[in-house]
Design a protein around this ligand. Sequence first.
Ligand SMILES: Nc1ncnc2c1ncn2[C@@H]1O[C@H](COP(=O)(O)OP(=O)(O)O)[C@@H](O)[C@H]1O
Ligand code: SF4
Ligand SMILES: [Mg+2]
Length: 387
Amino acid sequence: MPLITLRDLAVSFDGVPALRGIDLEVRRGEAVALVGESGCGKSVTWLAALGLLPSAKARVTGSVCLDGQELLGAAPAVLDRVRGGRVAMIFQDPASSLNPVHRIGRQIVEALRLHRGLDGTAAREEARRLLDQVGMPDARRRLDAYAHELSGGQNQRVMIAMALAGQPELLVADEPTTALDVTIQAQILELLGEIRRDTGMALVLISHDLGVVGETCDRVCVMYAGRIVEEVSSRRLFDGPAHPYAVGLLGALPPMQGARRPLLAIPGGVPDPAAMPPGCAFGPRCARHVGACDDAVPLLATVEPGHRAACFRPVPARGAPAGSMAATVADRDRPADRGMSRIAGQPAGHSTLSHSGVGRSVAEPSTTGHVVRRPLGYALGHHEAWA
Ligand SMILES: Nc1ncnc2c1ncn2[C@@H]1O[C@H](COP(=O)(O)OP(=O)(O)O)[C@@H](O)[C@H]1O
Ligand code: SF4
Ligand SMILES: [Mg+2]
């Protein structure tokens, strides 16, 4: 049985639908990414699932089942036990989630008291152990620090320590590295991976950056305009996305190896939830659009085992036999022909590295026992896409 199951989860704000039916399962120990441009509903999905949206403004329907227990409409006492306990959430800007007038040790101790019933010396000792676990240098002394005395990366480590205080089975990390510089981003992602390996905790990583998720997650759900439009293993996504939107997101990543190519931008922007186009919401931006795409909303359907896309004309897998219809279509779909526009002012063959994934690297032990750094893009294997 999955740890958590979201079924037809929908959210409207003041009558305007923002989330349009999310179906998602996360298994124990699994790492799942939610990716997509800003405003496509990634945060709202999990804020709704955990009962964190303002009830006067947001209408939430559907079902969120944690290990057999329905969370939508559950009593506040039930939700209080779940949040920060079995399910923890961390956000993009750690400093704004920490209380500036309390020492961080006190804040971690408070989480330990609430969720594990620890107090006094035992709680303080556990808080120190958690800070150690998240790689905080000089953890004992840092217990007495205030958030403003720590760097952004250190504050994010404190947030992760607070999240771990409740020994969560699932951590939802909402853009946890977006506010950090690239070397610290890589360290935090590595830390999340280590914690997952050590504790068996499941992870939902929310990001607008495909480069961030491929290294960390087993499975990727690409979101667009309040829906999941592609669901696939990370490896398969980078080898052969099926939804034209996912193709566009990958085209915007700089190649780390092979021939240089211009970065490609998806024309236009995410539609306003109050003025959705008819049929497929991606239609106005899609080079594969045909008239029939405006007639109905495409639903997630299997394109190959373990790979689903919500598109009437999914991009065929590469490697289709030469001369076949699939190969012809795949050929025509190379990014230069897809109506994706070059990043403005960037000459062909020159990489203007405007993407946040650029230069990111991950530490990896070499065969000689040293730690070497390699670009994330290399690790993801997306370098060969259309090079
Ligand atoms: N509290 C709110 N009130 C009204 N609209 C909201 C609120 N929170 C989010 N939205 C809208 O819901 C949509 C999805 O937002 P969000 O989930 O935050 O996107 P993202 O994918 O960037 O995390 C956006 O159109 C956003 O404007
Ligand atoms: S359904 Fe049509 S418009 Fe929508 S993504 Fe697929 S091809 Fe493009
Ligand atoms: Mg968000």
